[in-house]
Design a protein around this ligand. Structure first.
Ligand SMILES: Nc1ncnc2c1ncn2[C@@H]1O[C@H](COP(=O)(O)OP(=O)(O)OP(=O)(O)O)[C@@H](O)[C@H]1O
Length: 237
């Protein structure tokens, strides 16, 4: 018997006005794996993620998460999913600690907020309003908010963009640990991040998937960076 993948995208199209943001993409992500999605600006990564998060409706094709259509999913489904959006999307008048305790209370079996704050070096700023945090601090709060409910699937849109090297290591460590029990899907522009984290790699270009597989399969004996440039040459839009 073949288990259904935690995340499945099949022939996904998404038109936004006269732009075909996603153009027939198909890929999947498994429980217990970090799947990294790479691709040039405008390749359709965020649009695909938003279809999987139930924030956008596919024009055609399917996006399924835990064998459920995210667009029509009930609240119980959403509680099983963690989402970190590219622009954070955090309320700014509350403190990180209050926000994260609130999010934790929405879940049945949350992780320990205090331990996560310490782990991501946020203790010092946790009682300050989010408005007064640095960009990198906010980003780590957004990551904790996505993971505190111990989601079965986590979608992390560029989780380490702009983080300092210490913070990046802490975040990579947390993502790898999370993936022991979940499916984690990470969009990134960092080859280093993909090489360190990925069990599975998807490369998108101009709305399509141009490569998918393990790092070894996608790289085929060459550096990821070299493969990426060869696969996406001329496709920026
Ligand atoms: N609301 C919108 N209306 C029209 N076009 C849009 C809209 N949102 C996104 N697009 C276009 O859809 C395409 C895919 O955008 P998307 O944000 O999915 O790319 P991306 O791969 O996430 O890029 P980046 O690496 O810059 O985050 C781009 O050409 C973008 O300009």
């Amino acid at each position: 018997m073949c288990a259904v993948p935690a995340v499945e995208v099949v022939a996904l199209h998404r038109d936004l006005g006269d732009v075909r943001a996603v153009d027939g993409a198909s890929w999947s992500a498994e429980q217990g794996h970090v799947t990294t999605v790479l691709g040039p600006n405008g390749a359709g990564k965020t649009t695909t993620m938003e279809c999987l998060e139930g924030l956008q409706r596919p024009t055609s094709g399917t996006a399924r998460v835990l064998d459920t259509d995210p667009w029509r999913a009930p609240a119980q489904h959403r509680a099983r999913i963690g989402v970190m959006l590219q622009d954070g999307g955090l309320p700014v008048t509350t403190t990180a600690r209050r926000l994260l305790r609130h999010v934790a209370r929405l879940h049945q079996n949350p992780a320990d907020v205090a331990a996560l704050l310490t782990r991501l070096d946020l203790d010092r700023v946790a009682d300050r309003s989010i408005r007064r945090l640095s960009g990198g601090e906010r980003q780590r709060v957004a990551l904790v908010a996505a993971l505190v409910g111990r989601p079965e699937v986590a979608f992390l849109d560029e989780p380490t963009a702009g983080l300092d090297p210490h913070a990046r290591l802490e975040v990579w460590d947390l993502i790898s640990e999370t993936a022991r029990e979940s499916a984690v899907v990470v969009t990134t522009h960092s080859f280093e991040e993909a090489e360190r984290l990925a069990d599975h790699v998807v490369i998108m270009s101009a709305g399509r998937v141009v490569a998918e597989g393990s790092l070894d399969q996608v790289c085929d004996g060459r550096p990821l960076e070299e493969r990426y440039f060869a696969l996406t040459a001329g496709a920026r839009r």
